[in-house]
Ligand binder design. Sequence first.
Ligand SMILES: *Cc1c(COP(=O)(O)O)cnc(C)c1O
Length: 378
Amino acid sequence: MRSAAVVDLEAVRVNVRALVASTPAAVMAVVKADGYGHGMVPCASAALDGGATWLGVAMLEEALDLRAAGFACPILAWLWTPDEVAALEQAVGQGVDVSVSARWALEIVQAAVAATGRVGRIHLKIDTGLSRNGSTAADWPALLTLAAAAEARGEVEIVGIWSHFAYADEPGHPTIAKQIARFIAAIEVAAGLGVHPQVRHIANSAATLTLPEAHFDLVRPGIAIYGLAPVAGDFGLVPAMSLRSHVALAKRLAAGEGVSYGHQYTTERPTTAVLVPLGYADGVPRSGTNRGPLAINGKRLTISGRVCMDQFVVDVGDLPVSAGDEVVLFGSGRDGEPTAQDWADAVDTIHYEIVTRVGARVPRVYLNADPAAIVSTL
Ligand SMILES: *Cc1c(COP(=O)(O)O)cnc(C)c1O
């Protein structure tokens, strides 16, 4: 195979088991964005094997894809627009939980309930300080009053009240305590209006790993289930994805030759240049030009010159490298290869983006897909 994103599903199971063991709360595995690039359906299966009991996604069609794949567990979808009436109706019809941050959203759920005859399962979202999705505190009582009335009529079930942190990845940041206090206040306002949800949830991976007081009834780890920690520390997580390729050509170049578009790199001496068939169309950041790390035959090297759409070049000096040799852009780091964190450091982003952006052209190859057949332990 030319290139592949190799995903070890046993790593996902191990990571989810560790998260489940770390909290009395239920665990919602977040598998949005094609499982952060790892593949939504295989990772959802592995997460449930590991003890997660909920699945979380951003978009309605992601939730519908999970239902179509046969997942019967609770699934929450939290980001949708008034244009998505048809998808919302399907979601309600298939028992997908949907987030509601405003009156218009509740009204669309009620219309879907009328059309499908199913009770709408909603999670009311309160903005506690991220200023992204969620009701403001000012609009919250009116939203609760409408939702409580709809619940009293048997139209909806208020399954959850929830929120999201701005700074959970900086333990001790003053906004964290403030957001928890606002969240508790919003739950108390709800109780005062007779709204008692089954689950209250605010914790992403960082809060799941570092902030037990924010676990409430349900935690929503995403990046951690793929083995990447959003905060420094050893949490026993195992990175699940390794991005691999093979050398497409190796050849000697003379000193003073410009390499790749715009000659951003020039050979200093006679050397071996190696061509790798991955580019920005495959998710290799173009900003990895002259910076991106990789390993070839176990040796740590750096991309030479521009990352192109489909390929890049590496000056390997006098190392013995031939067409067909293995290239690892990132992996768990266990064999000395760079990690997604190393890539993030090199190109000034976060490891979330490095794994999630791996392109659709790169096949995903799964290791340990069958939990009954695991022989090696990680
Ligand atoms: C993506 C997301 C999560 C998971 O966040 P991680 O940092 O990957 O754990 C949880 N909740 C919401 C609302 C999200 O958008």
